[in-house]
Design a protein around this ligand. Sequence first.
Ligand code: PMV
Length: 320
Amino acid sequence: MVTAIAPANIAFIKYWGKKDATLNIPFNDSISMNLSEAYTTTSVEFSSSITADEVHLDGAHLTAKEISRMTDHLDRIRGLAHSTFKARVVTKNTFPKSSGIASSASGFAALTLASSKALGLSLNEKELSILARLGSGSASRSIPDGFVEWKTGEDSDQSYAYSLYLDTYWDLRDVLVIVASSSKKISSREGHGSATSSPFFHARLMSMSERIDRVKEGLKKKDLGVLGPAIEEEAINMHASMMTQRPSLFYWTGATIDLIHAVMNWREEGLPVYFTIDAGPNMHLICESKDAENVAKIAKAMKGVEQVIINKPARGAHLV
Ligand code: PMV
């Protein structure tokens, strides 16, 4: 039996829309940071005595669709290893499933590493990232350490993520504010499929490289005053595109909007904090480590906030 841990990641530049839906090849490059407190631990065992794949998720129910996505991924890995053994998979998240905290990213990254090792494959980081991507796009970014870039690439072999900077590079914090832990109504998978139906989608792609440059400059200089505005604009830009696609994807709740206004006020009062939001109502507040406790305290006092978790930058997928 092999056990792997993989972090969720928060995208500073988002992956939204696929130019190849089967291979999960995105329209644009994306940039993310791995999260220290939001991760998946997955144990996998292959054996001739197991008659059918079994998938257990601690504390949550998996739908038939979710189970088949995981067994399809096991088939991919079995194919590479020329194995016909069935698997027993036990997986556990530190955060609620399908709440926009990219459970699919950490889940497929951990499943990829644990299963490939359990079948005796020795894949390098690039190969693991490509394989994880086939399970779920953003999982490609949960393989490398720290601050990560995923280049869209022209084909499957070129579409993988790598580390821009290690987790120890910059002491940033992601104060994750959970406003609702119920499952999403429309999965990000379905949402990606209709991304191009938004009249804003093309404009989003046209303005992308400028935001990517600013995010990279902010990281290079370790300057939150450069990074923060770029990631905030990027989140609003992606959600504007989501809201205007058909069918409309409106992930924000009243609590999300209250938090957006609050963050803007806190900044005016001199607190350097910026927000980003993935495919859900929860908010990620990006700040320096010295401000994290204060940010967490004032966020927690807001109406509708259920839980606040302070994340540091983290390593990518690794064996335990
Ligand atoms: O990998 P998926 O299918 O869960 O898509 C992730 C999409 C966003 O979280 C909205 C953006 C991102 O880049 O993580």
